[in-house]
Write a protein of this length. Structure first.
Length: 174
């Protein structure tokens, strides 16, 4: 029961994450805001941002889609992928006094997430719902926070943290 409640809490936090992007509809010109929505198969979305106030929101529905995000500076990233065989890759390099945040969610079969964050305040939440998922997270330097959840069959998880190192992990195999 506790693990089901924790998974529900993690799911709700990921669903609520897009609200953080509401501020970016009226971002100053010095900020970089990208929003991509794709529906189909074998699609690719790549975002490379450097500066203060980066935000990227990518939603992909379909099969065999890929997302690649590279951000330098205080940044926010939101990725939602539904379907089979999707992959998401994230690299965030923080800066002094800034916080990099990432929300990654996948629902479907054979999905994979690779994420790395380094420097300053880094926070990451990732959720995978499906059958043969793989999740690899690396957080190096300063105030690390990771909340990771998987529900499915093979539940592969790798996490490396150096810094503040606050971890919440939930894996559930029904």
């Amino acid at each position: 029961m506790r693990s089901a409640l924790a998974l529900l809490t993690l799911t709700l936090s990921l669903v609520a994450a897009p609200a953080a992007f509401a501020d970016c509809t009226s971002c100053e010109l010095s900020r970089n805001a990208v929003e991509i929505s794709q529906n189909g198969s074998e699609l690719s979305a790549s975002v490379d941002q450097s500066s203060f106030g980066n935000s990227a929101r990518i939603v992909q529905t379909g099969h065999a889609n890929t997302t690649n995000i590279a951000q330098t500076g205080a940044a926010q990233a939101f990725v939602l992928q539904t379907g089979r065989g999707n992959t998401a890759s994230l690299a965030q390099q923080g800066e002094l006094g800034g916080v990099s945040r990432a929300w990654l969610a996948q629902a479907g079969e054979d999905n994979a997430i690779e994420a790395s964050q380094s420097g300053a305040g880094n926070e990451l939440a990732a959720l995978q719902l499906g059958e043969r998922n793989a999740l690899a997270v690396q957080q190096i330097g300063d105030d690390n926070r990771a909340m990771l959840g998987q529900a499915g069959t093979d539940l592969s998880l790798s996490l490396t943290q150096m810094g503040g190192a606050v971890i919440t992990i939930l894996q559930r195999n029904p």
